[in-house]
Design a binder for this molecule. Structure first.
Ligand SMILES: Cc1cc2nc3c(=O)[nH]c(=O)nc-3n(C[C@H](O)[C@H](O)[C@H](O)COP(=O)(O)OP(=O)(O)OC[C@H]3O[C@@H](n4cnc5c(N)ncnc54)[C@H](O)[C@@H]3O)c2cc1C
Length: 452
């Protein structure tokens, strides 16, 4: 018989980890969240993970798997350009090579369809899960993307989006889109420059300011009695159980440790202090652990049988002032640029840089996003920027997230959502919390088995 856990640790306080924590609380579980960074960095999104300075789109109609023949063709075409929106470092890195090989293998039309069908049960309920969070006291609302516009210089590029939307519908995710008359489009969004002659409006999507939302989610978890330890990196998980004995702590529960292998804590402050203390260097016992460490996921999950490569696909963003408040999000798919109203201005995001998640920000990538956006917006000075930011999208080689149990029945994983962890964070939290408490994962989670 399954015993529902009473105390669960969540490692990683980004969108996904906090959603798992919140939905576990809904089911009566006591939660403790550990993050190596300061979650308040959301106010001024510098450093931390991927959840802070991203585009904040809640767009189930566009949440497609990254491995895609069209994306691969595009990547190969632009990779060699100095201002390319895709960057793969020319260095020998076995892990990156494995990721790229898997990505190429999955970039077929057939695999895209299969992955899209697997995602559809998540995307179709993704927005409802935000409403549950709001009704349960998370104080930042999502906003209707009215309008959500995708703009192009060339008609052929627009047709590519229409084909993709057909594939999304065929997989079971409804999406309502219409091609606009160019004059009507410019009336709707005066920020579109005259070079943008072909525009599609996608209905029924939403957006939010991700930094504010994640901060509100953390507040809600705390208000319901959850503990959140910031600036607290976790270095090891020890699970004792029948299926996974490596590093067993011998308690029948799971122990997480801030300590490094040499018995020192993350800051080098001496030996472990096992036994549930709260201070630095302390080990702590829980009934179960959820690893939600984004692009860093393999470091802790690897020793629990998780083999799917998770590679940081780093994106950059910055903010610019606009002559009038933007009407809604704007997407320039051919340039791979995403724009979102944030505060009184516009956040401009883009780039897919396959480097290690902690590498320093590279100013050349910001310049690449600027050049990709140049000429597409009216009255916006892209050379006067604030809030420059880089964050690592946790990308899997098959384009599907990892949600569920590992080789240990006490260690779970939630992550690898790539481009769509904000949209899919709450529904992921709902489904995983149900699986942890009931012991029986929903059928919808089967394709996301972390041990696949
Ligand atoms: C430019 C850009 C634009 C994007 N736009 C969108 C969008 O419009 N819509 C959308 O749905 N998605 C978007 N995404 C993707 C989205 O941001 C990610 O999928 C999502 O934030 C992943 O959330 P996460 O919680 O899994 O990871 P993260 O937010 O990266 O959180 C992981 C956390 O784990 C912590 N951590 C790591 N290791 C440890 C450890 N050992 N101990 C303790 N803590 C640890 C990290 O500090 C981090 O805070 C975008 C991403 C980028 C970069």
């Amino acid at each position: 018989m399954h015993n529902a856990p009473d105390r669960v640790a969540i490692i990683g306080g980004g969108m996904v980890g906090l959603c798992v924590a919140w939905f576990l609380q809904e089911r009566g579980v006591r939660v403790t969240v550990f993050d190596r960074d300061q979650l308040t960095s959301g106010v001024d999104p510098v450093g931390a993970g991927s959840s802070w300075g991203n585009a904040g789109w809640l767009t189930p109609g566009l949440a497609t798997p990254l491995p895609d023949p069209a994306v691969l063709r595009y990547g190969l075409r632009v990779l060699w350009r100095a201002d390319s929106p895709v960057y793969v470092p020319p260095v020998a890195d076995a892990r990156l090579a494995r990721f790229v090989a898997g990505f190429v293998r999955h970039s077929t039309h057939r695999r895209w369809q299969l992955a899209m069908r697997a995602l559809a049960p998540l995307t179709t309920t993704a927005l409802e899960a935000f409403d549950v969070l709001h009704a349960g006291g998370v104080r930042v609302r999502t906003r209707a993307a009215a309008p959500f516009l995708a703009g192009y210089r060339e008609r052929a590029d627009l047709d590519e989006l229409l084909r993709e939307l057909d594939g999304v519908r065929a997989a079971g995710q409804p999406v309502d889109a219409e091609v606009l008359d160019p004059l009507a489009a410019h009336d709707l969004e005066p920020l579109l420059s005259p070079q943008v002659r072909h525009v599609v409006q996608v209905h029924g999507q939403r957006y939010l300011d991700p930094g504010r939302f994640v901060a509100a989610l953390a507040d809600a978890v705390r208000e319901r009695g959850g503990r959140i330890h910031e600036s607290t990196p976790i270095h090891a998980i020890h699970a004792a159980d029948a299926t996974h004995a490596a590093g067993a702590a011998g308690t029948g529960r799971v122990v997480i440790s801030r300590s490094t292998a040499d018995g020192h804590d993350a800051d080098g402050n001496g030996a472990d202090r096992p036994g549930g203390a709260d201070g630095p260097g302390a080990d702590e016992e829980f009934d179960a652990v959820v690893v939600a460490t984004g692009a860093w996921l393999p470091r802790l999950a690897g020793s629990f049988g998780v083999r799917v490569p998770v590679q940081a696909g780093r994106g950059y963003s910055f903010q610019v002032a606009t002559p009038q408040a933007p009407s809604g999000p704007i997407y320039f798919p051919a340039s791979r640029v995403a724009c979102t109203p944030v505060g009184d201005g516009l956040r401009v995001a883009g780039m897919m840089e396959f480097r290690r998640p902690d590498a320093p920000a590279d100013p050349r990538r910001i310049r690449a996003v600027v050049e990709a956006a140049r000429g597409l917006l009216t009255g916006v000075d892209l050379d006067v920027r604030t809030h420059e930011w880089v964050g690592p999208r946790p990308c899997t080689s098959d384009g599907l997230p990892l949600i569920g149990r590992t080789a240990s029945p006490r260690v779970f994983v939630a992550g690898g959502h790539g481009m769509w962890g904000i949209t899919l964070g709450p529904v992921t939290g709902q489904l995983l919390a149900d699986a942890i408490v009931s012991g029986t994962p929903a059928a919808a989670l089967a394709p996301f088995d972390p041990l696949r």
